[in-house]
Design a protein around this ligand. Structure first.
Ligand SMILES: Nc1nc2c(ncn2[C@@H]2O[C@H](COP(=O)(O)OP(=O)(O)OP(=O)(O)O)[C@@H](O)[C@H]2O)c(=O)[nH]1
Ligand SMILES: [Mg+2]
Length: 265
């Protein structure tokens, strides 16, 4: 004989859910096991989903960016092994695991990107989403000559939608301090602020005349105020360093300030 399933739907819709569940458990105790299994399945799914999404989008790279010849590849070598290496203009990225000099021994993927104008955009595009920090390397010895190009590159990074969303720390490494003519970190900061201030006016004017909108999609710093790095919603530090070091190829690099900043990430 077929067993009659005694489930009154009208009753269910009018009854509070809790009462309904209590009744069902009284009628059939295995019903409770079913409820627990369903809850456990939901929790496990959420945990797995969170884990995979967070590992996929985790920002664990430190990107060495900057104009050609700034010293990114030599810094990459010094940070990883301490050794001096003869370098050539990079046409590809190099990456390696870097252990920060802190007690936790935090490990980052250090990525050295080519600085050549024609290669830069595609490499920035490839790695920007993974950036926990951007080490913007400048050649302090010829900074005066390169300030406009450096500021343009920095502007493009700081107004990039993905960079703005991920908010990586910005470390400006004022490299080649072993050269007598090298500009100080303070002066480099001031000059970059001045250049970025000009760029933000010209760029947003160009954008509004193109599409009729008012201003750039991402506005750098505070409106109505001269640009300063302190207005950015990210951590910014300027450090002086010399990947070559004062004793040249045989001696050590002078990169302690940079290493300390990387240890604080
Ligand atoms: N004097 C001095 N020279 C340096 C320093 N850092 C790098 N150099 C030299 O600058 C030149 C360029 O260095 P790279 O490390 O190849 O520069 P890069 O930024 O990787 O250049 P691209 O790969 O073209 O983007 C090399 O001859 C280095 O030896 C420094 O701190 N002081
Ligand atoms: Mg290089």
């Amino acid at each position: 004989m077929e067993e009659k399933v005694d489930l009154d739907l009208e009753d269910f819709s009018s009854e509070p859910l809790f009462d309904y569940l209590v009744k069902e458990v009284e009628r059939d105790p295995t019903f409770l096991i079913g409820v627990f299994v369903a809850i456990a399945a939901v929790i496990i799914t959420i945990v797995f989903w969170k884990f995979f999404v967070s590992t996929q989008t985790k920002s664990n790279s430190v990107l060495l960016v900057g104009l050609c010849d700034a010293g990114k590849t030599l810094l990459f070598s010094r940070l990883l092994s301490g050794r001096f290496t003869r370098t050539q203009t990079s046409i590809n990225e190099s990456s390696a695991s870097y252990r920060a000099k802190n007690e936790r021994g935090t490990t980052w993927t250090l990525v050295d990107l080519p600085g050549h104008e024609s290669l830069r955009p595609q490499f920035v595009e490839k790695f920007k989403a993974s950036a926990r920090a951007l080490v913007f390397v400048v050649d302090s010895a010829i900074f005066q000559k390169e300030v406009k190009d450096a500021a343009e590159f920095l502007y493009s990074l700081l107004t990039d939608g993905v960079v703005v969303k991920n908010a990586p720390t910005l470390l400006v490494a004022c490299n080649k301090q072993d050269i007598t003519m090298a500009k100080s970190a303070k002066l480099i900061q001031q000059q970059l602020e001045k250049e970025l201030n000009t760029l933000r006016v010209t760029r947003s004017a160009a954008l509004s005349s193109q599409d009729g909108s008012i201003g750039a999609a991402v506005h750098l710093g505070k409106r109505g105020k001269d640009f300063e790095f302190s207005q950015l919603p990210i951590k910014v530090e300027f450090v002086e360093c010399s990947a070559r070091g004062s004793k040249g190829e045989e001696g050590d690099a002078d990169i302690e300030a940079l290493e300390m900043s990387l240890a604080k990430l």
